[in-house]
Design a protein around this ligand. Structure first.
Ligand SMILES: NC(=[NH2+])NCCC[C@H](N)C(=O)O
Ligand SMILES: [Mn+2]
Ligand SMILES: [Mn+2]
Length: 263
């Protein structure tokens, strides 16, 4: 059965803390009575039936090495017999150990990454495990077959160099179009940073980067991915910046749309 795992970890956030509160806030949207559990394709996404909610990882330490070891080991254990896992919450640094575990199980892994940011810094704020660096760490393992980044609007010179160095395919927000969908290959993993959305649609993120996608655009990209997705994460939701749980509901909606791509 499809699995859901909360990763309440934000010690590697460079600007604000808060994404550690994300998993429960997103789950709350499943329970509080406003929404229903149907994805737009008509499949109902029910905890205990459509997916098993594994709860949250619990961290004894904020030391990134220890935390990442815990995440990598647990994720590997959950997916090692081919099970599919969606993880929610945490800052984007957690995608390094999560995707690293996936790349061990799924050889030649391809990543589709939605974000305002490339998160390719060699080292950010003297923290190589920063949420601004997970894709540098992943690319240097040599185990990632391809990385496609969509929605970027903050590329620095350093990150352009890093993208060239690692052969990253980038569709910047200013050039946004659908052609990348037809070039995606399997096994495909999706990493979704909520700040790919315009802050008008998703204010509950740490980094408000104007000029982003609409919720509708993002949902249709996900729906049009022509492959069954083998794993995904939803990161960077920050409840401390949210208004009336509006962004929690966006997160819940995206969670359902991601889940039905994994069934
Ligand atoms: N995972 C993230 N939200 N990363 C944001 C990193 C932002 C960083 N200030 C930059 O210049 O790119
Ligand atoms: Mn990110
Ligand atoms: Mn981002």
């Amino acid at each position: 059965m499809l699995k859901l795992l909360g990763i309440p970890f934000d010690a590697n956030s460079s600007f604000l803390k808060g994404p550690s509160y994300a998993p429960d806030r997103i789950r709350l949207m499943d329970k509080e009575g406003s929404a229903n559990r149907f994805a737009e394709n008509g499949i109902e996404v029910i905890p205990g039936e459509t997916y098993a909610d594994l709860g949250d990882l619990s961290f004894e330490s904020t030391d990134p090495k220890k935390a990442f070891e815990l995440i990598r080991t647990r994720v590997f254990k959950e997916i090692s017999s081919g099970e599919r896992l969606l993880s929610i919450g945490g800052d984007h640094s957690v995608s390094f150990p999560i995707i690293d575990a996936h790349s061990e199980v799924h050889k030649g892994l391809n990543i589709l990454h939605f974000d305002a940011h490339a998160d390719l810094y060699e080292n950010f704020d003297n923290n190589p495990f920063s949420h601004a660096s997970p894709f540098a760490r992943l690319m240097e393992t040599g185990r990632i077959n391809s990385l496609t980044q969509v929605g970027l609007r903050t590329l620095s010179t350093h990150q352009r160099d890093q993208a060239n160095r690692y052969g990253v395919k980038i569709i910047e927000m200013k050039d946004l179009n659908e052609a990348f969908l037809h070039q995606l290959k399997g096994p495909l993993y999706i990493s979704l940073d909520l700040d790919v959305l315009d802050p008008a649609f998703a204010p509950g993120v740490s980094h408000h980067e104007p000029g982003g996608m609409s919720t509708r655009e993002l949902i249709s990209f996900i729906q049009k991915v022509p492959l069954r997705v083998i794993g995904a994460d939803l990161v960077e939701y920050n409840p401390m910046r949210d208004t009336n749980s509006m962004t929690a509901m966006v997160g819940y909606k995206l969670m359902k749309e991601l889940m039905v791509k994994m069934l």
